[in-house]
Design a protein around this ligand. Structure first.
Ligand code: RIB
Length: 309
């Protein structure tokens, strides 16, 4: 097993709207659909679709949503042995609105995700000895994330944290355990306490995150590309211009492709380029897992980008 992901699994209920509602406003939508989602589940599917072996650890309720979500993960090629089915709660739900520019807002009812604790850590520990990379996100309790991070480092895995949904009160110890953190500009702003809105402020945020103990920082900046920074080097990766349909799961596709590249021995620069290709392809389609690229479409865009560089 090359990658182990621990975190949230959701059913996404998506309404496409002409514009995102303001506080107190009701907006009539154009279309509704439901789709498999959850940040950790999306990342695991992104990895599996690109051909790398991956296990997902998490929890669903003993309901029809949970059953459908786990079956979908299996069909995508994700090892789901580490997913616990809890008969006493409901599967995670995300209520998502997406506007005509592809921008979104997301609210989650955590359900089973809020109960991810020791039993899931035990599943994670079973999988870690065979994993090169461990991936975490924040859709589950922070105490579980911290325990999992300790375990991942005790097993010498490369640890990637996607700090989403963002929490600006992360335990100090967590920062020093993370090998690579991958916030977007909103998440980076909340983590460091000032606005990150471009390359200059992203580099300043990366310095703060280094001071907090994170070794490698990648900040995604949407249409402005992304920056990478560690103590020895930093670089900017340009964005890829694509028609934007729906940005849900773009970050998950980014993280998944990053892990696939690193697992196959690519340099960090190549890995951020791969991640950019993954993220770009995900925004061209609707939904979360349904928007994640397969190996063929990924390779095509990657080749095109390499030729352009
Ligand atoms: O990153 C996108 C995901 O965030 C959605 O699939 C939704 O479930 C929320 O967790």
């Amino acid at each position: 097993m090359t990658v182990v992901v621990l975190g949230s699994i959701n059913l996404d209920l998506v309404i496409e709207v002409p514009h995102l509602p303001a506080k107190g406003e009701t907006v009539i939508g154009d279309r509704f659909f439901s789709a498999a989602g959850g940040k950790a589940a999306n990342q695991a599917v992104a990895i599996a679709k690109l051909g790398t072996t991956v296990s997902l650890v998490g929890q669903v309720g003993d309901d029809s949503f949970g059953k459908t979500l786990v079956e979908g993960l299996q069909t995508a090629g994700v090892n789901t042995n580490g997913i616990i089915v809890n008969p006493h709660t409901y599967s995670g739900i995300a209520s998502i609105v997406v506007d005509r520019q592809g921008a979104n807002t997301i609210s989650c009812a955590g359900g089973a995700n809020n109960l991810v604790r020791e039993p899931e850590i035990e599943q994670f520990k079973i999988l870690l000895p065979k994993a090169k990379i461990a991936m975490l996100e924040l859709g589950i309790p922070i105490a579980t994330v911290l325990n999992a991070a300790r375990e991942a480092k005790a097993h010498d895995c490369l640890l990637i944290l996607d700090p989403a949904p963002v929490n600006s009160n992360l335990p100090e110890e967590l920062y020093s355990l993370i090998d690579i953190i991958t916030p977007n500009e909103i998440e980076a702003s909340q983590l460091v306490g000032f606005t990150v809105d471009g390359v200059t402020t992203a580099r300043q945020a990366a310095s703060v995150l280094h001071q907090m103990g994170v070794k490698n920082v990648i900040i995604t900046l949407g249409s402005q590309g992304s920056i990478y920074s560690n103590e020895a080097e930093n670089f900017w990766i340009k964005p890829i211009a694509v028609p934007v349909v729906d940005t849900v799961a773009a970050g998950d596709a980014f993280n998944g492709a990053l892990a696939v590249a690193l697992a196959s021995g690519k340099s960090i620069k190549e890995a951020v380029q791969w991640a950019t290709v993954g993220g770009a392809l995900a925004v061209t389609k609707n939904g979360a897992q349904s928007s994640l690229p397969n190996r063929d479409s990924f390779q095509q865009l990657l080749k095109r980008q390499v030729l352009l560089d």
